[in-house]
Design a binder for this molecule. Sequence first.
Ligand code: TXA
Ligand code: MG
Length: 318
Amino acid sequence: MSVETRLLIPTQAGLDDAAAILQRGGLVAMPTETVYGLAGDARNGAAVAQIFAAKGRPHFNPLIVHVPDMALAMQIGVFDDQAAAIAAAFWPGPLTLVLPLRDDAGLAPLVTAGLGTVAIRIPAHPVAQALLRAFGGPLAAPSANPSGRVSPTTAAHVMQGLGGRIAAVLDGGACPVGVESTILGLAGAPSLLRPGGVPAEALETMLGPLVIATNAEKPTAPGQLASHYAPGAAVRLEVTRPDPGEIWVGFGPDCAGATMTLSATGDLVEAAAALFQTLRAADDLTGAEGSIAFAPIPDHGLGRAINDRLRRAAAPRG
Ligand code: TXA
Ligand code: MG
């Protein structure tokens, strides 16, 4: 699947074009002060699934949600006094806060990988700010590079890596900071989840010594990201004939009798967008004694990330 990737310049017309693409569920690479981000509507599950597809990411990790101002940030995350003070001191800027997710945030569950927390950032870059305002909503945006490659700091880098895979790149010149944002976890004890553009020492003058929790960056083993949503029910994979009483989650047209489906047509983008709410819905139906059986999912494209997540859900728990 190849598309023509437009190079847009940040005039009002270019910003309006970029915002229209995002409103249609398309992807736009946008400059921020740290690195270029691959932006999609954080409320649109299919748009978020396309972000993972374009990057070729073999797993779903939670993404950072970018907002233009505190008013929108407070519609998404729960800010206590400490979080509000940190936000006032460092936003807009290269800092991301992980906060409890509001029940009524309206984000696609894929953005947070089904977690009860959300990573939020108000970027300072004028072009990112202008795009967020033109779009008028939250944008999920990981770095705009293919999975496993270095983060891009110019529009040309983005074109080299993702040209042909996304609708547009908004050219805002070179990113001034050049490394990703610092990620500060404030959902529990303040912890440094990723070092980045804001020095940890600057945060520690306000918060005291930070817990260093860099493992949360790369959850490799099932359960390593402790708060990751795991169903209470048992999970079986690649099931073409479910046991009696089992909840069967289908994929594709050959699953007559399935209780629910990730995608009746076998569309991997649709399946990725539905994954986390389906896990939760199936779990609610079965209860802890029950079992959820997933039909086979092809192991290519987004199917790799879906299967990675399902294997974690199916892994034995301690
Ligand atoms: O500088 C940046 O932060 C860039 C620019 C584009 O803003 N964005 C960026 O996004 O690096 P991303 O999505 O690649 O960073 C996501 C990181 C992941 O390592 C993820 O584990 C962590 O943020 N993260 C996101 N939500 C989280 C959560 N609820 N709990 C813990 N970690 C979270
Ligand atoms: Mg990255």
